[in-house]
Design a protein around this ligand. Sequence first.
Ligand SMILES: NC(=O)C1=CN([C@@H]2O[C@H](COP(=O)(O)OP(=O)(O)OC[C@H]3O[C@@H](n4cnc5c(N)ncnc54)[C@H](OP(=O)(O)O)[C@@H]3O)[C@@H](O)[C@H]2O)C=CC1
Ligand SMILES: O=C1O[C@H](COP(=O)(O)O)[C@@H](O)[C@H](O)[C@H]1O
Length: 482
Amino acid sequence: MTTSTPSTAGSPADRPAGGSAVPRTLLLLGASGDLAARLLLPGLGRLVASGALPNLRLIGSGTHAWDDGQWRRRVADSFATAGADGPRETEVVRSARYLPADVTAEEDLRRLLAACHGQTVIFFALPPAITARAADALARIGLPPGTRLMLEKPFGTDLASARSLNDILTRLVPEEQVHRIDHFLGKSTVVNIIGLRFANRIFEPVLNSEHVACVDIVFDESLGLEGRAGYYDSAGALVDMVQSHLLQVLALMAMDAPPTLDARDLRGRKAQVLRATRLWDGDPVRWSRRARYTAGEVDGRRLLGYADEAGIDATRGTETLAELVLAVDTWRWAGVPFRLRSGKALAGRRKEAVITFRQPPRVPTGLTGYEQPDRLRIGFGPDRLGLDVNINGPGNPLELDQVHLVADFGPGELPPYGEVLRGAFDGDPTLSVRGDTAEDCWRIVEPVLDAWRAGKVPLQEYPAGSQGLNESLLAPAPGGVI
Ligand SMILES: NC(=O)C1=CN([C@@H]2O[C@H](COP(=O)(O)OP(=O)(O)OC[C@H]3O[C@@H](n4cnc5c(N)ncnc54)[C@H](OP(=O)(O)O)[C@@H]3O)[C@@H](O)[C@H]2O)C=CC1
Ligand SMILES: O=C1O[C@H](COP(=O)(O)O)[C@@H](O)[C@H](O)[C@H]1O
């Protein structure tokens, strides 16, 4: 996202008198993981291709006993998936190094830090419990001044651990050097929602409890576990997707207009709305659901049942689909349910936020056929605006029909990880999650996690490749509002 903060990465001010750019290092912890290969390195490749990171040294680290050659091939392959194979990217691949390390061990961390030069950014692409232990070890040995930290979601493993991680980080570097990453904030969705809501007078006046019946934020994926047992089995869909990404989308959908798009204003607005968010009726048993997939076929691929995947401890009862209903206790949204749902191994790839409007106060007698409420849809892939609206039908004008108006949003300049990496190298935290907000997101979901752990909400099942659970928690909606 381009913010009002000017970019300095690769700018003339960044170059010493001789003309060559200052050295910078990206130290990638968790280099052998799924995130690194599938999303992070392709995003980095595109950022490098844009010319924003001259003189970059990429150091990968993980417990795998790879050598530099294996790492370079991994980087080149990932860059290639994003079409990043020009001379700048080739130079980064050529100079890339791989250092095997246990990032929870002080000695290993010292060795990694000694290999970094210039402006250093450390990316923790690790399971959250390992990130906490690595941060703790770093706090004991200290960091070179100016080091910036990028920490993946989930931030901690619960509210208490998020607080303690924030405390450790405070001892490590100033808050403005901490980038809590939620790559959904690097999607063009952020600017799309802000532009749609605040750059015209059409929608914003009706986005409140007087006109809106409910809001759905849904992110259904066809992907299954994809070999990520080590991380996913201790996270599950609620922590992996809802506690982080979908709450960020909720904040953007429900916040008041920020005066500017700079970090202080935007993050302040989001923080305000999340502070006012809580579970509907405070009742996790009624307003949450969980399920996991059994064997099936998705997009022609045969998937094992989640519980039978390698590395999964079926007795943990980890869910691959989570759904819950939240209330946003503000003047604007009081009484409007926000339903959040995300699931894996599903047939339908529904990825959208949908605002469902109340019925008109009265449809004039003589007009017939009002069946569906009006809806505003914001798609997150494809990035698309949709408006389902009741108007006179094409035949008999007294018979109503719902038309579906669609407009495509522009694609972002960079993929999400390119955007969030740019933010960290620029020292611009606009797209990162503030420390207090990270804690609030845990506070919101914790009653649900507690109820699930106590076995108060049954773990249901759905076949991979199906639509998931039938119906929705909002059918009928709380208070019968739809
Ligand atoms: N995958 C995705 O689509 C996304 C993931 N994320 C986040 O990224 C993080 C990592 O997820 P993901 O990549 O999927 O998980 P993986 O399980 O695929 O990878 C975890 C990585 O952590 C490394 N690791 C674990 N323990 C240590 C240790 N003690 N010392 C050094 N390295 C260690 C592993 O190295 P080794 O294998 O060598 O042991 C591996 O490279 C999670 O927080 C997740 O939420 C965020 C957005 C998207
Ligand atoms: O953070 C995560 O996000 C991905 C989905 O993000 P996308 O940008 O690839 O659509 C999800 O698959 C993964 O489980 C989760 O950790």
